[in-house]
Write a protein that binds this ligand. Structure first.
Ligand code: NAP
Length: 372
């Protein structure tokens, strides 16, 4: 009798048990007793954090190379604020500076003094972190770190495991003269015209180092970094036509959000910001899905070079012209003449016919390192 009663199916009890099992499996039992839930998950959630929650895999430990830089420190903060990471490995060359610019009281930040050119150190990073956001100036250690990525995961088709902050304009010095003349608002801006220490060439090389390393990556090329520029909507585009401004905080939010975007893997794109617009609630997946991967854009650029020999440039570059036209309309200021700027001159100074901090156009006192 007793055993027959026990075997009788109880639908309500079964459904209750299944719901409990699903919840415990999804979040972990400790979440429900409030023991292991990291503080970052208790913060008020932003749209990007909600997007992260919806993703299947939430990254736990993320390394930031260049964590003491002006962008790097904001990336550290954003990783924790958004809930994407429960721990950040802040990879730095100067621990004294790290103590000054990173939140020393936050136990979720682990400062690691590390020479990434050292293969063993690079391997240690991958042993401890699921992903890296690269915010370093220069490429020292980028190749070693990429090469140290565990071989077993090289063909991983999922999320990017290295998000690299590069720079808009890196390809423009290599454009043909015809293309440069066709798109002066991109090709004749101060950083391309002056290109101190071939900073753009070095970044282009660094991008290629990462592309050929065989790991899941994404490369983000921001336009001019300006922390006075109001918060806005990061606008992604391809073709290296973006000119304008983005604050480092907005850039940090994009770099972090990309860790959750599998469709960003293997792609390179620019980012600028439209001030005043809110950030997209559902992330960047939809726009990224329409972007070319680096392998397909290499093939199409071979086709383009061939086509240019037989068709007029206007027909071959139709989509480039359209992208250029839209992005030029988003330039800051009223004159909207990026080619007229001197290095170090703001769009507002240009509108007011005021000289920039480095002198007049054509006579600038060029700094040795600057991408402004
Ligand atoms: N400024 C712009 O308008 C602009 C536009 C587009 C792209 N970008 C690029 O965006 C990235 C972030 O810019 P940011 O203004 O945040 O840079 P930043 O404040 O100058 O930070 C650069 C980071 O690189 C580290 N670093 C520099 N040289 C190094 C070396 N030889 N070895 C190891 N570490 C080195 C610095 O370490 P320390 O903290 O120890 O000095 C710092 O962590 C840079 O790659 C920049 O080129 C800038």
């Amino acid at each position: 009798m007793a055993s027959r009663a026990m075997m009788r199916w109880k639908p309500k009890a079964t459904i209750f048990a299944l719901v409990c099992l699903a919840l415990v499996t999804k979040h972990g039992i400790l979440d429900y007793v409030g023991v292991a839930r990291p503080a970052c998950h208790q913060a008020i959630q932003s749209p990007t954090a909600l997007h992260a929650e919806a993703a299947e895999d939430i990254l736990r430990t993320v390394a930031v190379a260049g964590a003491t830089g002006k962008t790097g420190r904001l990336v550290v903060a954003e990783l924790l604020r958004s809930g994407y990471a429960s721990e950040v490995l802040a990879i730095v060359r100067n621990v004294t500076k790290a103590a000054e610019v990173l939140d020393a009281d936050d136990s979720r930040i682990r400062v690691v003094s590390c020479n990434l050119e050292d293969k063993a150190a690079a391997q240690d990073v991958w042993a401890d972190a699921e992903a890296v956001i690269w915010c370093l100036e220069g490429q020292t250690g980028l190749g070693t770190l990429a090469a140290a990525f565990p071989a077993a995961q090289q063909q991983d088709e999922g999320q990017p495991r290295m998000v690299m902050c590069s720079s808009a304009a890196v390809t423009r010095p290599t454009w043909s003269r015809t293309k440069q003349e066709r798109f002066p608002g991109c090709a004749d801006i101060p950083i391309v015209r002056l290109n101190p220490n071939d900073i753009l060439g070095n970044k282009r090389l660094a991008e290629n180092v990462l592309r050929s390393a065989g790991m899941p990556y994404t490369i983000v090329r921001p336009t001019g970094l300006n922390d006075k520029w109001p918060p806005g909507r990061p606008l992604l585009s391809q073709g290296d036509f973006a000119v304008g401004r983005i604050s480092r905080a907005d850039l940090a939010s994009v770099l972090v959000a990309l860790l959750q975007e599998p469709v960003a893997t293997g792609k390179t794109f620019e980012v600028t910001s439209v001030a005043g617009y809110p950030k997209p609630r559902n992330g960047y997946g939809q726009v990224l899905a329409g972007f070319d991967s680096d392998t397909s854009s290499t093939k199409s650029s071979v086709w383009r070079r061939l086509a240019q020999k037989f068709w007029p440039a206007s027909r071959v570059e139709g989509s480039d012209a359209a992208t250029y036209s839209v992005l030029q309309q988003l330039l800051p200021g009223e004159e909207q003449d990026s080619a007229g700027l001197a290095m170090g001159q703001t769009y507002e100074q240009y509108d007011q016919k005021e000289e920039g901090r480095l002198g007049p156009r054509g006579g600038e006192r060029v700094p040795t390192t600057s991408t402004n």
